[in-house]
Design a protein around this ligand. Structure first.
Ligand code: PLP
Length: 370
């Protein structure tokens, strides 16, 4: 998707806050813990390359969801370790080999498929994935894990890491968390040797179960200043939001009583009203279910009235404002704050989804002190 530079809608990303958030989490973990920053899905919509460039001297490596995301960082000159968390197609192994991209090994069947095509695994580094209760990908028992490690070594690949992923680390009830932890610990006990990286903690586990991190953690959401639990658990320390979203009024008019606004005429003015149009819509990630939510103009909340269109959104102003008046959709203006979490709550979803769905059409502008 082409970026739309010729309209005032922009997402501003404060890279210094990213470092602040990283330091906050790090200062509450054992000093020797390695941090992998999770920058999959375009760094949760924040822009993978600028985010990775800013973080590259502060973390041990980056986690991506697929090879293309890893290649994007290599092409941008990022030369620290990259780990693909998902299952890479067996036929693409050579790409990982040539670009020094570490891979997740999640099943014996996949390993056999790889070996049928490609006998030489030298130079490849694998992290074995343990399914301790998430139910997505990974080995379930020690026997198959230890077999896989033997096969790797016989084919000159490196057993670099072992990891698992918690399904409920962001919940107050730690019942399943403890069960998964036990399963993972049991598997670690039976390994032929400990690899360089043993990692289980996502943001939530690193925050609320910091006493059980292994040698490394994988931090995503919290780096972007978001609370991985939404509002159910409060953060034990502060983090700062990284992304804000702003635009400007591009059309302002006074309408008389009972004038319909937008597709479906779902809203009609109640008396004379000032209605403004914003150059942003559902194609940008301001989804249609945000109708009835608000934006901030001149430090005042202004309701989104009428349906949100693909590229335009209408809001009700308290009075006339000139074209070009700034509008905050996410961020702060005076004493008004709209957070990513506020959007998520209004949409009955999670903050992750809100930032990931901000589309590529919106230019990202970066602020950084150095
Ligand atoms: C996305 C992901 C993470 C990061 O999770 P956050 O909750 O954003 O910290 C960690 N591990 C795996 C396997 C993931 O897929």
């Amino acid at each position: 998707m082409i970026k739309s530079f010729h309209r005032p809608t922009v997402a501003t990303v404060d890279l210094d806050n990213l470092i602040y958030n990283l330091q906050q989490v790090k200062s509450h973990l054992p000093k020797e813990t390695d941090v992998w920053a999770v920058v999959k899905a375009n760094a949760y919509g924040h822009g993978a390359v600028p985010v990775a460039k800013k973080l590259s001297h502060h973390v041990v490596g980056f986690c991506l969801s697929n090879l293309d995301e890893a290649l994007e960082l290599r092409d941008a000159g990022i030369d620290i370790p990259l780990l693909v968390l998902g299952v890479v197609p067996a036929e693409d192994i050579a790409i990982a080999q040539s670009q020094n991209i570490q891979l997740t090994l999640a099943s014996q069947e996949w390993l056999e498929t790889v070996l049928a095509m490609h006998k030489d695994l030298s130079g490849l580094q694998f992290h074995l994935k343990v399914d301790s209760g998430m139910g997505r990908i990974g080995f379930k028992d020690s026997k198959s894990i230890n077999q896989a490690i033997q096969i790797l070594q016989a084919h000159h690949a490196e057993f670099s890491g072992i990891f698992t992923h918690f399904a409920t680390a962001d919940e107050a009830d730690d019942h399943q968390f403890q069960e998964q932890l036990l399963i993972f610990q049991e598997i670690l006990k039976h390994l032929p040797h400990q690899p360089r990286f043993v990692h289980a903690s996502n943001s939530a586990a690193a925050i609320w179960h910091s006493e059980t991190v292994f040698s490394a953690v994988r931090l995503g959401d919290v780096l972007y200043g978001l609370n991985p639990s939404g509002r159910s658990l409060s953060l034990p320390y502060s983090v700062k939001p990284v992304l804000s979203l702003t635009t400007e009024l591009v059309h302002v008019k006074e309408l008389p009583d009972q004038q319909p606004i937008g597709y479906g005429a779902t809203y009609k003015t109640k008396g004379s009203e000032w209605i403004a149009t914003l150059p942003i819509g559902y194609a940008d990630g301001l989804t249609r279910d945000m109708q009835g939510f608000y934006v901030v103009v001149d430090q005042k909340p202004c309701e989104i009235v009428g349906r949100i269109s693909m590229d335009q959104t209408t809001v009700r102003l308290p009075r006339a404002y000139p074209l070009g008046t700034p509008v905050v959709l996410i961020g702060e203006m005076g004493n008004q704050v709209i957070s990513v979490q506020d959007w998520a709550d209004y949409r009955s979803t999670i903050n992750y989804e809100v930032v990931c769905l901000l589309s590529d059409r919106i230019p990202r502008v970066y602020h950084s002190s150095g």
